[in-house]
Write a protein of this length. Structure first.
Lengths: 351, 443
């Protein structure tokens, strides 16, 4: 567990933490054999509160948490699916503050709206480890133990760099942004814009945003309408990216797209030479595993860094299969492998 | 200013616009600070008559500054309706610019942070680049988060900040950064964003932030020490920030330790240099590996090595802590604080070895009465302390009676006649050099 993983060697962490902290890479969170013996003897109980449990990201995150906690005989005693509902999350945290759990790993859904419930849970004596971000105003040590997050800033930069290859001089690029106050997507978009501003000041950026996933396709079409000759689009995560791809394809457009996370649809589109040209992928299993190690360390009373970060992994059409295995800890589905064979064969012919 | 001559009336109706503004300002601050919220409490707290209070409250409701809230506690008759300050009538922009990072945020009018963003940046990129970056991110954040229009900006800057000659006048900033001298940074930024800017040194805003929301919450006497590339301290005494005659209080990095300045031997750069030497000559196996891997050593590596038990790094941080503690001890004896908070990148990285070194020196050299209940702790707020403190600076400035009386009749500080005059002057003197609006293309 203490050895370097591909996620940590991939790229340096570009972003700063919720309070401007420098990141401590996830692989530097280590537990000694002595720590493990003590943790096993104390048999901790941990609850996990997620925005949803149905997405691929959540399933992998949970798998990483459960597998790693299991190594230290810590039990996942409850998994709460908040179904993106702020009130549900507040109710769950309020209830858990009275229940026999030692720690809670939670991904805050809203920003300041869920701060009080998280704070109250931490003040009830449970250790609180946050995923992705800390609500504004919450402080490490007093209100939570640590935030374990992907380097969202780095993901935005990767997507900008990969898209840049497809934008001609003085061209235009679009940003398909999320119209909800959400830290991770904000960071990705700010980083994308910053990278373009520094490395491609010739590129004009246009932007549309969507609040509901169903609006992502129409938003992409509106962007194309607004900027004729649009040469590329950055979508802040994979599901809206694919909505955009389908809407554009229906209207006969073929525009390079980069996005965040290697969902099945995105992976398949890449190897079929679709519009998706590059992905900056989170590593949810590794993030879950790191969150579990941080939780055990905090429960043992060890000093834990306030911000633990994992670099993302850049994925291009030619390494989708390997990337899939690294990211999802699973072999790639048959359809992706078959499409990859065709892609490689075609590439071979074209050479 | 004419308003300064205004004396509070003890009874009766106001006789002039000035007294009306004074009573409006007085009542707004009573409600805003929660000192008095019902009409009866406001009459008692302001010593104004019932009719005047009713008239002023109606005016401020019309201006969008106050609103009626829930019912208060009944004291015999009907339960009184409480007045509430509308903290969402506007917003406050805050920013902290450091040697290697910038932080930005939006706060409500009570100084409560609503959103924050931190990113790496280099001060030596020059004032033009930093200004554009700030303006662009603020444009984006305001549009994206749909917060109310800003009323003012609090800015924390590296190095000491002089006190301004008059309200809304920009001060000469960043004397400590050679390349920024002569550049009208605050004037340009103020014109670009269209709000008044109130600047303080980074360590002063961090001190205010820690006192408002960090370890110093509820305490009136604290010292904040920033251990970064440079070393400085902020002092909160009896609930007020001590700025000094020129605004340069707290530059403890200039204290002598032997033949050297403290900042030169205990700052982040000095530690990195020592760490690099130890990596090269084999005294620290961990740092040798880090140097081979990364090509350089930072204080973050030293802190991490110390946590993993690297003896050289444990000793280096302990020595750094003792040197800082020796500089802090006389200050501690002088001001008798309840709490010393240690922040900055060295403190974030330094861990227990650093803190132990500081405690050892401070407790050894302080008078027993001074050290009896003294606590020394590491900051939990990080760079957020600077943002929270910057918001406090704007709140204190905009709602200070002399400034508040100048704008309250207009409903917004942006309509303060002095600020409008300053903006007109900037437009005349700076317009040819004005930066092109950004945010349309790329931050």
């Amino acid at each position: 567990m203490n050895g370097k993983t591909p996620v940590d060697t991939a790229k340096p962490i570009a972003g700063l933490g919720p309070h401007g902290e420098r990141a401590v890479p996830a692989d530097q969170i280590q537990l000694t054999e002595g720590d493990a013996v003590e943790a096993k003897a104390r048999r901790f109980a941990v609850a996990v509160v997620l925005h949803t449990t149905t997405s691929d990201w959540s399933k992998q995150e949970l798998a990483g948490i459960a597998a790693t906690l299991g190594l230290y005989s810590a039990a996942v005693v409850e998994v709460v699916d908040c179904n993106f509902d702020v009130e549900l999350q507040i109710a769950a945290l309020t209830r858990l503050a009275r229940e026999p759990v030692d720690a809670v790993i939670s991904i805050p859904i809203g920003n300041t709206r869920v701060a009080a419930a998280h704070r109250a849970l931490a003040h009830s004596g449970r250790k609180l480890v946050l995923l992705d971000n800390a609500p504004t105003g919450m402080l490490p040590g007093a209100d939570y133990a640590s935030v374990v997050s992907t380097d969202n800033f780095g993901l935005g930069q990767s997507c900008a760099a990969m898209l840049s290859d497809h934008i001609p001089p003085n061209g235009a690029a679009g940003i398909l942004g999320y119209g909800i106050d959400f830290f991770a997507t904000h960071e990705r978009e700010i980083a994308f814009r910053k990278w373009m501003g520094i490395h491609r000041p010739d590129v004009t950026l246009v932007r549309e945003r969507f609040a509901e996933l169903e609006d992502a396709g129409p938003a992409a079409l509106a962007m194309v309408e607004k900027a004729r000759g649009l040469s590329g689009i950055f979508a802040v995560w994979d599901v809206p990216a694919m909505k955009a791809v389908r809407a554009l394809a229906q209207q006969g457009f073929d525009i390079p797209v980069t996005t965040v996370d290697l969902g099945n649809d995105v992976a398949l589109d890449m190897v079929r030479r679709g519009m998706i040209k590059g992905v900056g992928a989170q590593m949810p299993y590794d993030q879950g595993s790191a969150a579990a190690r941080v939780t055990v360390a905090a429960l043992l009373g060890l000093s834990v860094p306030p911000w633990v970060a994992l670099a993302g992994r850049e994925v291009t059409p030619l390494d989708v299969v390997e990337a899939y295995q690294v990211i999802w800890h699973l072999p790639a589905p048959r359809a992706i492998i078959d499409a990859m064979r065709i892609l490689v064969a075609t590439q071979g012919h074209s050479k | 200013m004419a308003e300064k001559k205004t004396a509070l009336r003890s009874v009766g109706r106001p006789r002039s616009v000035d007294t009306a503004q004074a009573s409006l300002a007085l009542l707004l601050n009573l409600v805003r600070t929660g000192t008095a919220t019902t009409r009866q409490e406001l009459e008692r707290g302001s010593e104004l008559g019932r009719a005047v209070v009713a008239d002023r409250l109606a005016t401020m409701i019309d201006l969008g500054l106050l609103k009626e809230g829930e019912l208060g506690q009944a004291t015999g008759g009907r339960a009184p309706r409480q007045m509430r300050f509308r903290e969402d009538a506007g917003s406050l922009l805050v920013s902290a610019i450091d040697q290697s990072s910038i932080a930005l945020g939006i706060a409500d009018l009570n100084g409560q942070m609503l959103v924050e963003h931190h990113e790496a940046a280099r001060l030596d990129a020059g004032p033009e680049a930093i200004l554009e970056r700030l303006a662009t991110i603020f444009d984006w954040l305001l549009r994206e988060t749909e917060k109310p229009a800003p009323w003012g900006m609090g800015l924390a800057l590296a190095g000491p900040i002089e006190k301004p000659s008059a309200e809304f006048e920009a001060v000469h900033v960043l004397q400590s950064v050679q390349s920024w001298q002569g550049f009208p940074f605050l004037e340009r930024l103020s014109m670009r964003i269209g709000v008044p800017i109130f600047a303080r040194s980074g360590v002063q805003t961090m001190t205010m932030g820690e006192a408002k929301a960090g370890g110093g919450r509820g305490l009136s006497d604290i010292i904040y020490v920033k251990l970064g590339r440079s070393i400085s301290a902020g002092l909160m005494s009896e609930g007020r920030l001590h700025r000094g005659a020129q605004g340069a209080a707290g530059m403890i990095g200039h204290s002598r330790v032997g033949d050297d300045l403290l900042g030169a031997i205990a700052g982040a750069d000095a530690l990195a240099r020592e760490g690099t030497a130890a990596a090269e000559d084999g005294r620290s196996p961990y740092l040798a590996q880090a140097l081979a891997r990364q090509g350089e050593i930072s204080v973050v590596d030293i802190g991490h090595a110390a946590q993993l038990g690297d003896l050289f790094c444990v000793e280096l941080l302990g020595r750094c802590g003792r040197m800082v503690g020796e500089a802090l001890a006389p200050l501690t004896n002088l001001v008798n604080p309840t709490l010393i908070i240690i922040g900055g990148i060295v403190a974030e990285s330094g861990g227990d070895s650093l803190l132990a070194g500081i405690r050892e020196a401070v407790y050894r050299q302080s008078h027993p009465m001074v050290s009896r209940d003294l606590q020394i702790m590491r900051s939990q707020m990080g760079a957020s302390a600077g943002l929270v403190g910057a918001a406090q600076v704007v709140v204190e400035e905009l709602f200070s009676p002399p400034i508040l009386q100048g704008w309250i009749g207009h409903g917004s500080p942006l309509l303060h006649p002095d600020f409008q005059r300053v903006m007109e002057r900037y437009t005349t003197t700076l317009a040819p050099k004005a930066a092109t609006p950004s945010g349309r293309t790329a931050p």
